[in-house]
Write a protein that binds this ligand. Structure first.
Ligand SMILES: [Zn+2]
Length: 86
């Protein structure tokens, strides 16, 4: 199923669309096959952002990934996100 950006954002404010676009840009940085991006917003400002990436080992297994929203909460990309404004 394919959904156009216009249909997906119907009724959404332009400000929110800009945050969605920022999350899409974060997703583009993901090295994974299925790319995900996340933006953490507080009082209209981006305070965190992230994208999913593979983790080498977790609980003895090699197949796992760090989710974009966890990366956004972790603050690892906070320094690059804080300078961004919507
Ligand atoms: Zn997730």
């Amino acid at each position: 199923m394919s959904v156009s950006l216009a249909a997906a954002t119907k009724g959404v404010t332009n400000r929110v669309v800009k945050f969605m676009e920022k999350a899409a840009l974060m997703a583009m940085q993901s090295p994974m096959k299925f790319k995900h991006g996340a933006v953490l917003v507080k009082f209209g400002r981006t305070i965190g952002s992230g994208f999913n990436y593979d983790r080498v080992r977790f609980r003895g297994k090699d197949i796992t990934s760090v989710h974009a929203e966890i990366e956004a909460l972790d603050g690892k990309t906070l320094s690059t996100a804080s300078g961004m404004s919507c």
